[in-house]
Design a protein around this ligand. Structure first.
Ligand code: S3P
Length: 450
């Protein structure tokens, strides 16, 4: 098979669609779901979770919590219970911990294990095994953990946690909620105060959830950035968690509705946490008709419904300082930009090169395969919009990346000719039921991976 031909088993084609319409909910937020399981495993007693994302990434974290000694159960009504072992109470796993495709699961659990005197081996799929782990190995080693990793700080790796975890103050060189969370998770088992200084604020689900479980955590603006300080060795008290819809998943039906003429959809119950809502601000600046309705607070997170109507978009300069609040949404934004009038400039996004795939390269080649001009630089891309008339007809290589697959399937719904992705199987890592949900809105897909 050549790189451009679809796999006979997992390829999928999106066909030009009639107007999309309907009211939907997307699956639970991936970041919050991982954390609900992890903090549940550290609390004493039962944590009840509703709306947990049952995607492969999160299911891998659930299995990991079991291997580390917590009891994790799914009830018949779809709610989950975690019976935790208390901070410092995890046991050594007999088998390697398999995180599949999930960088978030792997890095957060490295923080967790680093704060326990146990040894664990971390494994994952080919995409995860290419991703850099040095960003967590460095601070967690300072806290007393020992790592044996592959060349370049890659997985598989074996980690022996600290006998006595040292609280540290760490200024993260990368804007990463995973790095921040890994350090705070290790800091839970350290005597004293662990501080992370973020040059650019990133998603704060860890801080919100730690507070809800009774930990003492303070945030203040310092001269080098946002300082997040956690007092170690708390007793975490279980608290019920209602996981809101994932704005990173909602991005796909939202962009599809903006692009397919005549569409109008409502997406209910997604979190619009300001650290996650950058795409929606950007799409509105491009002229997207997105109405935010029923703003409320659920489970400690701001939640809203969105009404989205087909719109003529105009290219803009996306402010680089917004990158952290929409870091996973650039591939689908680039698809929206292809349909806009004029250029859309996306800069300050070097981090995209170390996601599930090199997302700048994968997005740029997917756009080119569908007749779009794109200029790629080390830390950004500029997309030349075609004012609603995108050729399509391309075969897109997804490089084991769920968001590349969904982004180009969205393109196929609005382009002149169908768009095929070589592998839609990875969509199950974050958005189980994607094709069924999109079909319910009127989308049409053909292929083996249904
Ligand atoms: C996540 C943080 C982000 C994001 C990822 C989820 C999290 O990664 O891309 O999908 O849940 O903490 P980084 O921390 O590497 O920026």
């Amino acid at each position: 098979m050549t790189a451009s031909s679809p796999s006979p088993h997992t390829g999928l084609t999106a066909e030009p669609s009639r107007a999309l319409g309907g009211t939907i909910r997307v699956p639970g937020d991936k970041s919050i779901s991982h954390r609900a399981l992890i903090f549940g495993a550290l609390a004493v007693g039962e944590t009840r979770i509703t709306g947990l994302l049952e995607g492969e990434d999160v299911l891998a974290t659930a299995e990991t919590m079991r291997r580390l000694g917590a009891q994790v159960r799914r009830h018949a009504d779809g709610t989950w219970s975690v019976f935790g072992v208390g901070v410092g109470g995890l046991s050594e796993p007999a088998e390697p911990l398999d995180f599949g495709n999930s960088g978030t699961g792997a890095r957060l659990v490295m923080g967790l294990v680093a704060g326990h005197p146990i040894t664990a081996t971390f494994i994952g799929d080919a995409s995860l095994s290419r991703r850099p782990m040095g960003r967590v190995i460095t601070p967690l080693s300072e806290m007393g953990a020992h790592f044996h990793a592959r060349e370049g700080g890659r997985m598989p790796l074996t980690l022996t946690g600290a006998r006595r975890t040292l609280p540290i103050t760490y200024r993260s060189p990368v804007a990463s909620a995973q790095v921040k969370s890994a350090i705070l998770l290790a800091g839970l088992n350290a005597p004293g105060v662990t501080t992370v200084i973020e040059p650019v604020p990133t998603r704060d689900h860890t801080e919100r959830m730690l507070r809800a479980f009774g930990a003492h955590i303070e945030t203040r603006q310092g001269k080098d950035g946002l300082e997040i300080s956690l007092t170690g060795e708390p007793e975490l008290t279980p608290c019920p968690i209602a996981v809101p819809g994932d704005p990173s998943s909602a991005a796909f039906p939202v962009v599809a509705a903006l692009l397919v003429p005549g569409s109008e959809i409502v997406v209910q119950g997604i979190t619009l946490n300001p650290h996650r809502a950058g795409l929606y601000t950007t799409l509105k600046e491009m002229g997207g008709d997105i109405e935010v309705m029923n703003q409320r607070e659920e489970g400690g997170e701001p939640v809203a419904d969105l009404r989205v109507r087909h719109s003529r978009l105009t290219g803009i300069d996306v402010p680089p300082e917004r990158a952290a609040s929409m870091i996973d949404e650039y591939p689908v934004l680039a698809v929206a930009a292809a349909f806009a009038e004029g250029e859309t400039r996306m800069m300050g996004i070097h981090e995209l090169r170390v996601k599930e795939s090199d997302r700048i390269a994968a997005t740029a080649s997917g756009l080119r395969a569908n007749g779009i001009k794109v200029h790629e630089s080390d830390d950004g891309m500029v997309v030349e919009g075609r004012s609603g008339m995108v050729d399509g007809g391309g075969h897109v290589v997804t490089h084991m990346d769920h968001r590349i697959a969904m982004s180009f399937l969205v393109m196929g719904l609005a382009a002149q000719k169908p768009v095929t992705v070589d592998d839609a199987s990875m969509i199950a890592t974050s958005f189980p039921g994607f094709t069924t949900l999109m079909r319910g809105l009127g989308a049409s897909f053909a292929g083996q991976a249904q």
